[in-house]
Design a protein around this ligand. Structure first.
Ligand code: FES
Ligand code: FES
Length: 132
């Protein structure tokens, strides 16, 4: 039921791990199943220079986390924010419909990490943060 690319990113996920001195950290849970994703970013200017993730979740959650990190590395914060769970699923040649909601974890984690970075930099206040 999974595409080759999903199986590839699930069995050999890219950018797994943590960045101890990360500039932004996002941690999100999927309310549908309780799976958790943590994502770490390093930012230079407004470019995401490094990214690592830890996902405790299903195959789709791990594959989308892995692909999401590949898609945002080297991108500007705005370019990364334009990436949606659909972008990530398309880059994996699609996900089974019942697994689409798993890909939301990667999108949410990514947004949370960027928000964390912006908050630390004083670029946004708590009030301006997107409410879940
Ligand atoms: Fe459970 Fe995706 S959140 S199947
Ligand atoms: Fe939880 Fe897929 S089953 S993210």
């Amino acid at each position: 039921m999974y595409s080759q690319k999903v199986m590839d990113h699930f069995t050999n996920p890219r950018n797994v791990g943590e960045i101890p001195d990360a500039d932004g950290v996002g941690e999100v849970g999927n309310p549908r199943c309780g799976d958790i994703m943590k994502i770490f970013i390093k930012v230079d200017g407004d470019i995401i220079t490094d990214v690592k993730f830890q996902t405790f979740g299903c195959a789709a959650a791990i594959a989308t986390s892995s692909m999401a990190t590949e898609l945002i590395k080297g991108k500007t914060l705005d370019e990364a924010l334009a990436i949606t769970n659909k972008t990530v699923a398309d880059a994996l040649d699609g996900l089974p419909a019942i697994k689409m909601h798993c890909s939301v974890l990667a999108e949410d984690g990514l947004r949370a990490a960027i928000e964390d970075y912006k908050r630390k930099m004083g670029l946004i206040t708590e009030d301006e943060m997107a409410k879940p």
